[in-house]
Design a protein around this ligand. Sequence first.
Ligand code: ZN
Length: 202
Amino acid sequence: MNRSKYYTKELPDGYQPAKTVDVGEKRFAILMNLAATLLTAVVGVGGFFLKFAGDPGSAIPDLSNVWLFEGWLFAILVSLIVYLVLHELTHGIVYKILTGEKLTFGLKLSCAFCGVPDVYVTRKTALLALLAPFTVFSVAFLVPFFLLSGSLSFSFLVLFSLHFGGCAGDLYDTFLLLFRLKGNLLMRDTGPRQTFYIRSGD
Ligand SMILES: [Zn+2]
């Protein structure tokens, strides 16, 4: 398979770094987590009104005894950990299919990440890898949110909201790729840091 439209191993002549996004930088990590919290709150409240405006009480999980509530919290927590792993794996699967190159995975206090550090990927590859988990898990959480009812539906709203907020970094990179960075572009993704290169003269 000819992968040249997906990535290149060497940075071709004329490409200059135009923008770096790095969650290893404290200021950016704080801003990104603030954006994530805000997105989670807006999506969560919006979804709640959309589905439960008529009967808010039906959303609330059974709180009649403390074990039921703690069991619910525990189930949400386990689901989030599984989700986090699957989210990063989904980035990785797309990078692996399109490049075949070595991946890197990791976890920082501010985020989990997956990158393909030894190559420069094209705009198309970057967008596919960035948007894959956002798309897959939006569908995976929204379908049961709309189909189910009561506290089960509410639980999927909680997961969808946290997922949506958790994609803040992916969505920011996507925004840059679609609307800010014009011309011939390559991206190097080490996981926590994305560097965007633009061919000068374009
Ligand atoms: Zn991601």
